[in-house]
Design a protein around this ligand. Structure first.
Ligand code: ZN
Length: 409
């Protein structure tokens, strides 16, 4: 098609909604790289259930959103695609990319839409198409807020073209690594000091780390949490570090060749063993990135629950207490304190929590005091909880502290 022809059409038909839902369901089963089984552009055009359609040389975009928003998404896709193509030293594609936008389900956690797609919920991709779940409605996040998700999915598209498509741990790790790259002077630059939280998990003897080396395209471990996400990225980052070449594309190619090296898990573990776990978590807790801070707190809670000795110290307690001040780390830090450390905590920390300015920390302090056998009634905790302001970023799981269950709010 010669010129961009955004068109205003009817509201999405039931069929269009069903189509988008089908794409979503398919994607959830196997992760965010798959054959999308999307209809051809002609079929999408016949449906006519889209509010905006953009047909250009480089992309065919179908959107249930208004024309202006669709244009913004098209601009974002073009910008990110050019960056990824430059990074992987690829020429522009010779066929338009199919971009299918669908309305995201109303998020229970608005920040969830900003996180990379780990499970196909926010985006899916194959060699020629990308489907993105986009926030809609009053107060919806602007398209640029989805930059990481868009870039992640475009890496899947372009890495196939570059011949860098492999087992799913590689695909997801590379997409996450590139999605996290900084843009400097119009080019993508690898982050200088990655957190590599996944390394820490390797200290757990019972963690089946080799699962991430599975060759299967299916989701390899049945776990889709931040742990596994970090693992993917960590494994790819390790390979990139082993094969540093003149350009990122050359490095990625060398690393891709080495991905099936049977000695890789051993080397990966050996490097992990040299890491100072508490220092890494403490460093991550001071990161400027809220997601990194949240990941550090989650990891502290996970490792403590798993019994990692270095995560069960007064220093770790103090760190968790400090993490309570960060709304994105609060939930995990509170879980660490309440479920793993309540009886081991220094009494001064509990007193400080009860006297804290933040009403959420006060609720936690009361629950801690009760869990330690202190004279605190469930009614007192309920009253403190009811007085705390609504806050969708924080969650408090009080467990046995409040029989027979959490109070109504
Ligand atoms: Zn992905």
């Amino acid at each position: 098609m010669d010129a961009r022809r955004p068109r205003r059409l009817r509201a999405p038909t039931r069929h269009a909604r069903a189509l988008a839902a089908t794409v979503l369901v398919c994607a959830c089963v196997t992760g965010c790289v798959r054959q999308l089984a999307l209809p051809e552009v002609d079929g999408l055009l016949r449906d006519a259930g889209w509010r905006a359609v953009i047909l250009d040389d480089d992309l065919s975009l179908f959107s249930p959103l208004d024309v202006a928003t669709a244009e913004e998404y098209a601009g974002l896709v073009r910008e990110e695609r050019a960056l990824v193509q430059d990074l992987l030293e690829l020429p522009p594609a010779d066929a338009p990319l199919l971009v299918l936008l669908r309305e995201a389900d109303p998020p229970s956690d608005p920040l969830a839409a900003l996180q990379p797609s780990r499970d196909g919920v926010r985006g899916v991709a194959d060699a020629h198409a990308v489907s993105l779940a986009v926030p809609t409605g009053p107060g919806a996040l602007p398209p640029t807020a989805l930059r990481d998700v868009v870039r992640h999915e475009l890496v899947h598209v372009e890495s196939r073209r570059a011949g860098l498509h492999g087992p799913s741990w590689w695909n997801e790790g590379l997409a996450d690594e590139i999605a996290a790259m900084d843009t400097v002077d119009g080019r993508l630059v690898l982050q200088a000091e990655p957190l590599e939280l996944g390394w820490i998990a390797l200290h757990l003897d019972d963690y089946p780390d080799t699962r991430v080396f599975a060759r299967s395209a299916a989701r390899e471990a049945g776990r889709d949490d931040l742990f596994l996400y970090s693992f993917h990225r960590s494994a790819v980052r390790h390979l990139l570090g082993e094969h540093e070449a003149a350009t990122f594309a050359a490095t990625a190619r060398a690393a891709f060749e080495a991905r099936d090296d049977p000695d890789l898990p051993r080397r990966w573990r050996a490097r992990a063993a040299t890491r100072d776990v508490p220092a890494m978590i403490a460093r991550a807790a001071d990161s400027e990135s809220a997601e990194t801070r949240a990941a550090a707190a989650a990891l502290l809670a996970d490792l403590a629950a798993a019994g990692l000795p270095s995560a069960l110290t007064p220093e770790a307690d103090a760190l968790a207490f400090r993490m309570l001040d960060d709304e994105r780390s609060f939930t995990s830090a509170a879980a660490y304190l309440l479920f793993t450390r309540s009886r081991a905590l220094d009494a001064s920390l509990v007193d400080a929590a009860v006297a804290h300015d933040d009403p959420w920390v006060r609720v936690l302090g009361l629950a801690l005091r009760r869990a330690r056998g202190g004279d605190v009634s469930p009614a007192e905790i309920e009253a403190a909880w009811a007085a705390a302001p609504e806050d969708w970023t924080r969650e408090l799981m009080l467990g046995d502290a409040l029989p027979p269950g959490p109070p109504e709010r």
